[in-house]
Design a protein around this ligand. Structure first.
Ligand code: NAD
Length: 250
C-alpha cells in the first residue's frame, strides 16, 4: 500500500517511533530511521527493515538541516522524537525546559519546513506528529512537556491549513500512556515529586488517567499512523487523534 513512499520517522530507535517505522515498513514504505542508541542495536533495526539510518541529534537545528539534505525528498514525515522531565515548576531546570521545547516542538518545525517543498512539488505528502494526551489536557509537574505538546498541536493545525490544497496532510496522534522507556524513565521522578511508591505511580497516577486501565500498545499507534498514510485519509487533516483509552473523554 505504501510502496514507493519514503518515510522519515524521528526517534525510531525505541518505543512508539520504532513501532510506527515497523508498521510503515510492513506496508512497503522505504524507511529512514533516526534516533539515539546503541550502534549494534541500531544496525539490527536497519537490517530488519532494510532501512537507512541518520543519527542526527535533533536538539541541534544545523544537524537537522544536514540530515534533511542528506536523506533527500521524503513522502512521509513522522515527527516522533520526544523527551520528558518531571519537576515542580519552581525547581524545573532551565536547561531541561530548553531541551524539551527544542526536541518536542522546534525540531518538528525544522524537519517540516525542510520536507514540505518536495511534498508540495509531488502533490502528495503525510506529516504525522506524535503529540500526546498532554496536547489536550495537563498533568502537574510536566510544564515543559505540556507546553511543547500543546504547541505541536497548534503547529499541526496551522500547517494543515497552509497545505490544505496541496495533497499534503498534517495530523497529530495523541497517545495516552504507552509502556516505553520514556514512561519507565519518569517513574522515579514522579515517585519523588509526589512521594509515592512505584506501584502507586503506575496504578494511581498513570493508569488512573486511562478508563480502560490498560497501557496503549506501541503497535496500536503504528496502525493509526498507517491509516493516516492511506489514500483514503486524504481528507483527514488538521486533526488530533486521541489513542488514550478514553483519558481525554472525561
Ligand atoms: P522513547 O524514549 O522510547 O523514544 C524516544 C525516541 O526519541 C528514541 O528513539 C530516542 O533515541 C529519540 N531521541 C531522544 N532524544 C533525541 C535527540 N536529541 N535526537 C534524536 N532522537 C532523539 O519514547 P516514546 O515513549 O516512544 O516516545 C515517543 C514520542 O511519543 C514522544 O514524542 C513522546 O512525547 C510521545 N508520547 C509518548 C507517550 C508514552 O506514554 N510513552 C505518550 C504520549 C506521547
Amino acid at each position: 500500500m505504501l510502496k514507493k513512499k519514503r518515510a522519515l520517522v524521528t526517534g525510531s530507535t525505541s518505543g512508539i517511533g520504532l513501532a510506527i517505522a515497523r508498521a510503515l515498513h510492513a506496508e512497503g514504505a522505504e524507511i529512514v530511521l533516526n534516533g539515539l542508541g546503541d550502534p549494534d542495536e541500531i544496525a539490527a533495526l536497519t537490517n530488519e527493515m532494510n532501512a537507512t539510518f541518520n543519527g542526527a541529534n535533533l536538539l541541534d537545528p544545523s544537524a537537522i538541516a544536514a540530515m534533511m539534505e542528506e536523506i533527500g525528498p521524503i513522502d512521509i514525515l513522522v515527527n516522533n522524537a520526544g523527551m520528558q522531565f518531571v519537576s515542580p515548576v519552581e525547581d524545573f531546570p532551565t536547561a531541561k525546559w530548553d531541551a524539551i521545547i527544542a526536541l518536542n516542538l522546534t525540531a518538528p518545525f525544522h524537519t517540516t519546513r525542510l520536507a514540505v517543498p518536495a511534498m508540495k512539488q509531488k502533490g502528495w505528502g503525510r506529516i504525522i506528529n506524535t503529540a500526546s494526551a498532554h496536547s489536550l489536557t495537563a498533568s502537574p509537574f510536566k510544564s515543559a512537556y505540556n507546553a511543547s505538546k500543546h504547541g505541536i498541536a497548534g503547529f499541526t493545525k496551522t500547517i494543515a491549513l497552509e497545505l490544505a490544497q496541496t495533497g499534503v496532510t498534517a495530523n497529530c496522534i495523541s497517545p495516552g500512556y504507552v509502556w516505553t522507556p520514556l514512561i519507565e524513565g519518569q517513574i522515579p521522578d514522579t515517585m519523588a515529586a509526589r512521594g509515592l511508591t512505584r506501584e502507586q505511580v503506575i496504578n494511581d497516577v498513570l493508569l488512573a488517567k486511562q478508563p480502560t486501565k490498560k497501557f496503549v500498545q506501541p503497535e496500536e499507534v503504528g496502525a493509526l499512523a498507517v491509516f493516516l498514510c492511506r489514500e483514503e485519509a486524504g481528507n483527514v487533516t488538521g486533526a488530533n487523534w486521541s489513542i488514550d483509552g478514553g483519558w481525554t473523554a472525561e
